[in-house]
Write a protein that binds this ligand. Structure first.
Ligand SMILES: [Zn+2]
Length: 292
């Protein structure tokens, strides 16, 4: 059930008033933000087009592969998958205008972003990354599978070599295409959390400490129950514990999977400290940006 147009207007008005009156803004961005920008892990059409080998092998949309246990996959299969997926997310899918609109909404405020998204849309759209914490890391970080070093690196060329070495019959990367650690020669791996992860986590904590006794507006966008411990539950706790904090939760049902709701509700215990907007993130950000 989505909001009526009237309720939607009211929700956006509340959000705009809170934004104008706050001292600091903390945005929590989940997969729903990228989905609203067109990058959806439930997009079967894109999957068929850009992951054709995997489609032929019986998968239907990217989310089937997210967080799966791939113990039974060979190294070649793992790399074929990662290179195909990352190539789609990082190279084929463009930097999304919706993120730039969000940045314009935040300009002039003291703001910070925490995100569970690994897709690098904040980075690609010019967000100052000292104000963005990618809680679950991102697809650009490669590391050593033997952990000979804590150094992480971004190796676009290595992923291109994987793509060039995929055997399309078996959907496995041939041995000579598998990326290696430049230090010890063991296999490389996509490691998500880069060497700067802790430093970025510390920045997030500092922002929160400084916001504790200020008028902090929490804007949660497109965060469901896949990894609620990253943003959703912490944001509810912050709204409850910080005396002047207010949480606005923006979420709606998934377009491709109408039976999976976005869970826009806020707990009753947060009455007076939270509001829910059951609308697509794109509609909310565009309405706000039009009023900046
Ligand atoms: Zn190594």
């Amino acid at each position: 059930m989505s909001m009526s147009a009237q309720e939607a207007d009211r929700g956006i008005r509340i959000l705009k008033e809170r934004l104008d009156a706050c001292d600091a803004v903390l945005v929590g961005a989940g997969a729903g933000l990228s989905a609203a920008a067109g990058l959806s892990y439930f997009d079967g059409e894109a999957f068929r087009k850009y992951y054709p080998d995997m489609y032929r092998l019986g998968w239907h949309y990217p989310y089937e592969l997210v967080g799966r246990r791939d113990d039974e996959w060979t190294r070649g299969r793992k790399w074929a998958y990662w290179a195909t997926h990352i190539h789609y997310v990082r190279e084929i899918f463009p930097a999304a205008e919706l993120y730039r609109k969000l940045l314009r909404v935040l300009e002039g405020h003291d703001w910070f972003v925490v995100t569970s998204n690994c897709d690098r849309q904040f980075f690609r759209n010019g967000f100052p990354m000292e104000r963005v914490f990618e809680y679950q890391g991102n697809y650009d970080n490669m590391g050593c599978s033997a952990h000979c070093t804590t150094h992480t690196w971004n190796d676009h060329d290595a992923l291109q070599r994987v793509l060039a070495n995929i055997d399309h019959e078996t959907f496995e990367c041939r041995e000579e295409g598998i990326p290696k650690c430049p230090y010890c020669g063991a296999d490389a791996e996509i490691c998500f959390r880069g060497e700067d992860w802790q430093q970025n986590a510390d920045r997030y904590v500092r922002f929160l400490e400084q916001a504790r006794d200020r008028k902090l507006l929490l804007i949660e966008i497109g965060v469901g129950y896949n990894t609620p411990g990253v943003i959703r539950w912490p944001f509810e706790n912050i709204a409850a514990e910080f005396p002047y904090a207010f949480l606005v939760r923006v979420n709606t049902g998934y377009v491709q999977y109408p039976d999976r709701t976005g869970f826009p509700q806020v707990p009753r215990s947060l009455e007076g400290k939270a509001a829910a907007i059951d609308m697509d993130a794109a509609a909310v950000i565009e309405a706000l940006e039009a009023r900046v």
